[in-house]
Design a protein around this ligand. Structure first.
Ligand code: ADP
Ligand code: MG
Length: 729
């Protein structure tokens, strides 16, 4: 009956690993082959152009157009030498993923032929006809045009024989329409604010860089099975499917041997990454079957984020070469772990010092504690915003489930750091004075480094954890653009550090010694913001109650969580740091609500279709097989015997009927709820209607379909089952 399912399962299970073309040279030779990095710039640009470009990059200065012309022609020569025929501005609109519009390197030569051409104007700014990207009304209200402009801080690269130039994407009136613009603004803000504070300790500091080390989790599914699941194809997750008898209970997949087909894929991917200058380093199995992770060496945030987006597209492409599909969805399968993208975040000076790392001297440690205290304050003050920054229709499935951080933001510090903060908090003024006098730096503060090294007691239930020299923001979703989280976090930190420096300066102006002033303000922050620290089990119900008592944001409805972006405090903070104007914030929230609605709308349609056109007909067919059987029994056996023999079948028929009736009824109600929601004009209200009125039907429908899957003859069931999807051979 279900020959298609058996055919694809057969195809998938019989596949062999694909042989990977391993370059004959060592990784250091091909690393960055397709990146217009400084070495290529040096080789392809005239000396003065090279110097002007490097100066503009390092000192964040604008590039004169004449120089851009010269860069463009060198860049084009390099690209053509490496097989490229086209170029594109590469940007990050407010959708998932990236956008490109390719143009060939040609120009009329005036004699009926063409010449290869690429100039500074084309490199620096373009006007892609990109009017269909989400913009939250900005481009309707103001000006229809959108511009992409070259981000010189992230190097151009070649992907699929196309020169890709990283760009920002803004409206004619200067509002950002992308993720990169506000990310660069937030990084600038945190650079300025953190530099001021870092200079209390080292006057030679001129810049503070934000670092990001992401860890990308993903699932692989065989292509044949994927193609037989319309829900995976259209929504990125399974909307139905009964749990496999075996899934992750035995924890035998985690860090286990990597299946050979997957290993070939990973090797191929790693080589591609290295050619593109993505420093992919770690790869391993994750907790759930078919779930894996890739992590690079951390980099400056803007570059790291470009690399993450690039990785996601390269990964999808390489996977197809190996007959896989990658699932970046946060919760592709119910009943097993979902995927996240931990964002390891830190700040470091241009003098090579990491500001969240304890040091060797008491000064180093005071600086460390001051920065940590500011993190507590920033995360506490903006915990609702941070949650909003990682929330989406897809990540909502993961947060709050018993496997991922709860929908409450708190900080895990570990026991050692907690002890130190306790001690500082408990000190009176005199003890603090002693502590701030250099020779009196007791408290074992100078011994922090030794302690911290093995303080990697990991609390996997925390959404935001201190891990030795950085904080790990774990609530970020696997399909998300990291920029969203990094914008909120770095902007909040910038605003907090601005305030901190003002207070310290005021104390110093009033005659207090600098280090003493820093310690006083640090202590004040620790005392005021301890409520954000939680070392216990984040999955527990007690924590939910406790967090509410502490006044942390406990909202669980995604459309309402987005409101945090529009609170007075947040609008003010983004204004002060120059990251978002109120118009941009309002527009972006429109987009968030709209995207939320659309995702659930699509899922609801697919589910309705699968329920009515795939599942119910098959269930009816199986039911009629059972009914036939009953008739046959009746003709052969006495009434009494019949009663005995057919009791089970009758029972099955009745149960199936009950499930089928609920499915039919619920699908109708879901369609009605969707129609009602679609009539709402306000995006926020519409998203809420989808959350409150459509989603619950989807859950019920799924429950009953999964029950039917247990009744219906395996041969008839049309869709590949979890046990088939989840175990690569
Ligand atoms: P785990 O899974 O144990 O948390 P991984 O090795 O998978 O650790 O990933 C850790 C990530 O953190 C890597 O991308 C690594 O480069 C990054 N990282 C390490 N130190 C820092 C730092 N100071 N700032 C930002 N990221 C960092
Ligand atoms: Mg990891």
């Amino acid at each position: 009956m279900s020959s298609l399912r058996f055919k694809v399962v057969d195809e998938a299970f019989n596949r062999k690993a694909i042989t990977v073309n391993i370059p004959e040279v060592r990784p250091e030779v091909y690393y960055g082959k397709y990146v217009f990095n400084r070495q290529k710039m040096f080789e392809y640009l005239p000396k003065n152009t090279y110097e002007a470009l490097v100066n503009a990059i390092d000192n964040k200065e604008p590039l004169p157009l004449a120089v851009a012309d010269s860069v463009a022609s060198g860049m084009m020569r390099w690209a053509i030498d490496n097989g490229a025929r086209h170029y594109t501005h590469w940007f990050h609109p407010l959708t998932d993923g990236t956008a490109e519009k390719h143009d060939a390197f040609i120009q009329h030569d005036g004699k009926g032929g063409v010449i290869e051409e690429f100039n500074g104007k084309l490199l620096v700014q373009q006007e892609p006809d990109a009017s269909s990207f989400p913009n939250g009304g900005i481009r309707n209200t103001f000006e229809a045009r959108g511009y992409s402009a070259w981000d010189i801080s992230s190097p151009a690269f070649i992907l699929d024989k196309t020169l890709c130039i990283p760009t920002i994407f803004i409206s004619y009136t200067g509002e950002s329409l992308d993720y990169k613009t506000p990310l660069l603004r937030a990084l600038n803000a945190v650079d300025r604010a953190a530099t001021k504070v870092a200079r209390y300790f080292d006057p030679e500091v001129h810049h503070v860089l934000g670092y990001l080390g992401w860890e990308q989790e993903y699932f692989l599914v065989d292509e044949a099975l994927y193609s037989a699941r319309p829900d995976l194809m259209l929504t990125g997750r399974t909307l139905m499917g009964h749990e496999s008898a075996k899934n992750q209970q035995l924890e035998d997949h985690y860090f286990g041997a990597i299946p050979s087909r997957v290993e070939a894929f990973m090797l191929d991917l790693e080589i591609e990454c290295h050619k593109l200058g993505i420093p992919a380093k770690t790869r391993h199995n994750e907790v759930a079957p078919n779930q894996f992770e890739l992590a690079p060496i951390f980099e400056e945030t803007n570059l790291a984020n470009d690399h993450n987006l690039l990785l996601m597209s390269v990964m999808s492409e390489v996977a197809r070469r190996h007959n896989f599909r990658v699932l970046f969805h946060e919760k592709p399968f119910s009943g097993i772990n979902g995927s996240g993208k931990h964002n390891n975040w830190s700040l470091g000076t241009d003098r090579g010092k990491l500001l969240f790392a304890p040091g060797r001297t008491s000064d180093d440690n005071l600086q460390f504690l001051a920065f940590v205290a500011n993190v507590l304050a920033a995360v506490h003050n903006y915990n609702g915003l941070l949650k909003a920054s990682i929330m989406s229709a897809t990540n909502a499935h993961r947060l709050g489930a018993n496997e991922a951080p709860p929908a409450i933001i708190s900080i895990f510090l570990g026991s050692q750091l907690t002890d130190i903060l306790d001690k500082i908090e408990g000190m009176d003024a005199e003890q603090l004075i002693n502590l701030s006098a250099k020779e009196g730096m007791r408290l074992n503060l100078t011994q922090i480094p030794e302690i911290m090294l093995d303080a990697t007691d990991r609390n996997r239930t925390s959404p935001f954890a201190f891990t030795g020299n950085r904080f790990e923001f774990r609530a970020v979703g696997s399909s998300a653009n990291c920029a969203s989280a990094m914008i909120a976090l770095n902007a909040a930190m910038a605003s907090q550090l601005q305030e901190f420096a003002q207070k310290v300066d005021a104390r110093v102006a009033a005659g207090e010694p600098l280090k003493r002033a820093i310690l006083d303000e640090t202590k004040a922050l620790i005392t005021a913001h301890r409520a954000i620290c939680f070392n216990g089990n984040g999955y527990s119900d007690e924590w939910k109650e406790e967090a509410a008592r502490r006044g942390l944001d406990c909202e669980t409805s995604a459309p309402k969580i987005f409101d945090a972006y529009l609170s007075e405090k947040v609008v003010d903070m983004f204004g002060r740091t120059g990251v978002f104007s109120p118009v941009e914030l309002a527009a972006r929230n429109e987009v968030k609500w709209e995207m939320y609605t659309k995702k659930i709308q699509i899922e609801a349609r697919v589910l309705g279709d699968l329920a009515i056109n795939h599942v119910l007909p098959v269930a009816t067919r199986y039911q009629s097989v059972l009914l036939d059987n009953l008739y046959k029994i009746k003709t052969l056996f006495s009434a009494e015997e019949c009663e005995k023999i057919s009791a089970q079948d009758k029972d099955a028929i009745v149960r199936m009927s009950a499930h089928m009736a609920v499915i039919r009824e619920e699908v109708q109600q879901m369609v009605d709820a969707r129609k009602a929601a679609n009539c709402i004009a306000c995006e926020r209200e519409k998203a809420l209607a989808y959350h409150d009125n459509v989603l619950p039907h989807m859950e019920t429908i799924r429950y009953h379909i999964d029950k039917l899957e247990l009744h219906v003859d395996d041969e008839m069931w049309p869709l590949p089952k979890y046990r088939e999807l989840l175990f690569i051979r």
